[in-house]
Design a protein around this ligand. Sequence first.
Ligand code: MSP
Length: 523
Amino acid sequence: MDKFYITTPIYYPSNKLTLGNCYTTVICDAVARFNRMQGKDVFFLTGTDEHGQKISQSAAKQGKSEKEYLDEIIADTKNLWQLLGITYDKFIRTTDPEHEKTVQKIFNTLYEKGYIYKGHYKGWYCTPCEAFWTESQLVNGKCPDCGREVSVQEEEAYFFKLSDFTDKLLKLYQDNPEFLQPQSRVNEMVNNFLKGGLDDLCVTRTSVKWGVPVEFDPKHTIYVWIDALSNYISALGYGSEDDSNFKKYWPADVHIIGKEIVRFHAIIWPAILMALDLPLPKRVFGHGWMLFGGDKLSKSKDTGSVECIDPRVLVPNYSADAVRYILLREIPFGSDGNYSTEIFLNRFNSDLSNNYGNLVSRTLGMLKKYFASVVPEVKDDNLEASGELKEVVKTETAKVFEYMKNFDVSKSLASIFNIFSQANKYIEKTEPWALSKDENKKQTLANVMRNLLETIRIGSLLLQSFLPECATKTLNSLRANEGDFKNIQKFYALKTGSEIEPTGMLFPRLDIAAELEKLKNIQ
Ligand code: MSP
């Protein structure tokens, strides 16, 4: 059986996770589910990056120990993933003792192989980001990531010989154009980092206490990136007694990450793996940002002018599917895109309620009225509109499989909804209500209804990885929930004569003004 290993970044629990963090996780979940539906043996990893000064600061602010603080926020994170229907196979925490042991082992190996040496580090340090920057990386003298003040800091530290890997990484990008995507990210890496040659990388801190100590020199803690990146292999048992998952699933098929951490995944991580003589991930995909009022982080709390965007509020009010839909659909995959509550609510009405929901309820309603909810047999179907419908179903289905090879969830959903739009057009064209009045058109009506049911079946099977709740509900109504793509290319797969259960309204239409008001008051 083909295996498929996919990972999210491990998130910093220095605050509660945001809708922005949900973006990556929901994409990975849709890709994981889609690959499972294709019959692959999928391992889907997510987790949290729990060391570093910022975590200690967040804990102290609440008067809690790190562990106490982290356990609470990790429980909230796991609840959030459950709320959104995330089907991860493992949740790794970098404070897991097994992970910590593996990180120490990796550090020791790199040291023994001569890739790590002791020196002194002096640089511009941004405390909230826990990042040292070179003079040239600063933007207007401030941290290029968060725009805050930086200060000069110096300390004894261990370094990783990243400079050894400039040429190897250039060759990697050249030989494997698939490795880093989209292509624009390769240009960024080459122009901003590789062209000028890489500097060695400081990989320990004496100033940070909340971290994994270097085994042979414990006043040093292993700095964030070796600790964090290693999660992708420690989670599989690399370096432990039971490394069967590592043997089975490594290398990862894809690391899906936000564009701001591409440098770590496309430069530092492959260099570490090369130094360890391990295979590299097959692909790294750096997606764009979901922007809230033009910003990566929502400013709603500060200004009070924006409606609530907390997924913990949105899901109970509008369903997990609705939140998943906006995350997966709105932003062209690989680019930045805007989110607003208005966009969310409008999409809810136009796509989920008017297009998909309405199609399903109209069709099942008509089936009940004209055929007592029994799947009719198709015969001598020579309507031009039926041919058109089947053609759209076939080509859009093929497109979804193509797009999903590149994880393009947004285009995939557009294709799936083209299928539903075409089915709605088909209803308008064929006018089943008129056919029902004509005794001689009974068979045409049967053909039309059957074609609609099969279109809904195929569309819902495709939709299931993206919006599992509503698609599963529909497929259960049709008694067509095989849970995989076995019959996806076959247009007539329902059982003639079987009885169908009505679904009820999947997405009741919203009064947008009223909802906006409601969400404003929640914040
Ligand atoms: N801990 C590191 C990652 C280590 S991976 C070995 C980290 N954590 S984070 O909590 O800051 O999460 C960042 C990730 O959250 C981004 O890479 C991105 O995937 C996701 N996003 C956070 N806000 C986002 C948006 N507004 N839009 C899209 N993705 C966003 O960096």
